[in-house]
Design a protein. Structure first.
Lengths: 294, 294
């Protein structure tokens, strides 16, 4: 799409910089600020007429970000920008991908419609697809989905001698097996039952044969960390080595990171799709490759 | 528009109840909640097919409210609602009603386009119109604008013996004079110069002739309260009686209410367009009248 200028939503400067470095495209100056009454002010300080641009805005805690983000896209178009790509390394509203109960909002569809209306393309990393097979079922703009599995595998190969890859639930099987295959490591997938937002129970496999291995629990998102903590504690009970917790997206709701850190954990490793102290794997190059492609 | 069911956005229960009482229409049950990761969940628990409904959501601190509000409207339509009215007693994004500088977002227009896309009608109270003569310049749906001046005048008539109505700036002249005329009281309008968001200087009229009067400073919005505080302090210096500060919309950014309360103030009086301890004037009946009209 040959994007020629990048913009950073507030707090996205770090990811924007790594993309810019790989893309060899400048970061444009823009103002995002709030009036004292909580209304947002957005201004582009660059000559953008006729350009294709992209803005980096990871969509964790999405609600307060939406108005400034849509205003940015609209302003850019008013200024003559021909194509605006949204780079949302973490994509929001993938959870409510059907009406589970009568009267519920079909949020994945509604959110996708809003984004599709204001942007011309979307780049994201491992969206939490479940009932939707692809983003194209809800997004009407071109979407580019990157997969972090090869980068997770590369990190493990470099940092862990004898890894045992563990998936916290059956949903994770597909890409836990992919990570394991890439580094010829054994893997196990736990069975998880979810009771509401916060309560989860796991059933535990026979891992005693792997006591000399370093267990690496891999998930796409760590949000409340309830699942991850249950798994880590079960591994501790089984007298396994300290665990590496690995996820693509460091959502970490509330004090989840602190609680997880206090368990039988050797390290918590995430990608930089959401800026967080646990970030260790950089998606900048992969995103830049999409932006510089035709 | 013969609305047959009302809904309350969170924290709007009180205003919704007063409208419901006057309209003799029930308040429908709906769920607005957040998942631990900050995404919003919306559900309507009523049979609404074929109905005309309205939701009450004052748009102070608007950004985090927008997604749940738009999801509500979209869900209602999906459930067969024929007409959704937004009752926003306080309307947001009236400030940026032009591009003051190149590259700025034209927020009043963008926000109006969003609301017009999801709702079928808008009811509001004294929007902060400046460059736009009417809301119709930016809203493409029918808009109903209520004016609080008669209710402010009625409150003053009932509570203050010898009032001097004061407008804090030339923009307020038109409706300060209207309030004063309704109760045959004298009025004065101060001249204000604004320097950025927070700094304001006022020039002071000759008010010594009104030393026996109770000064009532009337404005449409109290936000940072900087203007109001300057006016009150100038009136104190002129040895005027303690001041009644009166506004339609109790925005009160940050600690503005606390700071204003500590000055030479007898009372702070606002309408219930934004729920606040200073609310003393009820717009519920006026809004119900619009809802029950053809």
């Amino acid at each position: 799409m040959t994007v020629s200028m990048l913009f950073a939503y507030p707090d996205q400067e770090s990811m924007t910089q790594t993309i810019s470095d790989h893309l060899h495209a400048p970061i444009g100056q823009a103002v995002f600020r709030s009036f004292p009454d909580g209304e947002s002010y957005v201004r582009l300080l660059e000559e953008v007429k006729g350009k294709k641009i992209a803005i980096v805005c990871s969509l964790n805690q999405p609600d307060p970000k939406l108005i400034p983000l849509l205003f940015f896209a609209k302003t850019a178009k008013d200024l003559g920008v021909t194509h605006v790509t949204l780079i949302a390394p973490y994509l929001a509203y993938m959870r409510q991908d059907t009406r589970f109960h009568p009267g519920e909002s079909f949020s994945s569809k509604y959110f996708a419609a809003l984004i599709s209306q204001y942007f011309d393309a979307l780049i994201t990393v491992d969206p939490h697809l479940h009932r939707h097979k692809t983003l194209d079922e809800v997004y009407s703009i071109p979407t580019y989905v990157l997969h972090a599995a090869p980068l997770l595998a590369a990190w493990i190969r470099e940092h862990v001698k004898q890894p045992l890859i563990m998936g916290p639930d059956s949903e994770s099987r597909q890409w836990v097996s992919q990570v394991a295959d890439l580094i010829n490591a054994p893997y196990q997938v736990l069975e998880k039952e979810r009771h509401g937002d916060k309560s989860v129970s796991v059933s535990f496999p026979q891992v005693e044969q792997y006591r000399n291995y370093t267990p690496i629990v891999v998930d796409d998102v760590i949000s409340t960390a309830h699942t991850m903590i249950e798994v880590v504690e079960a591994l501790k009970s089984a007298k396994m080595k300290k665990v590496i917790c690995m996820a693509v997206h460091a959502v970490f709701a509330g004090d989840a990171f602190k609680r997880l850190s206090k368990t039988h954990v050797r390290q918590i490793v995430t990608c930089n799709t959401i800026t967080h102290p646990s970030n260790a794997i950089d998606l900048g190059r992969s995103i830049a490759e999409v932006l510089s492609s035709e």
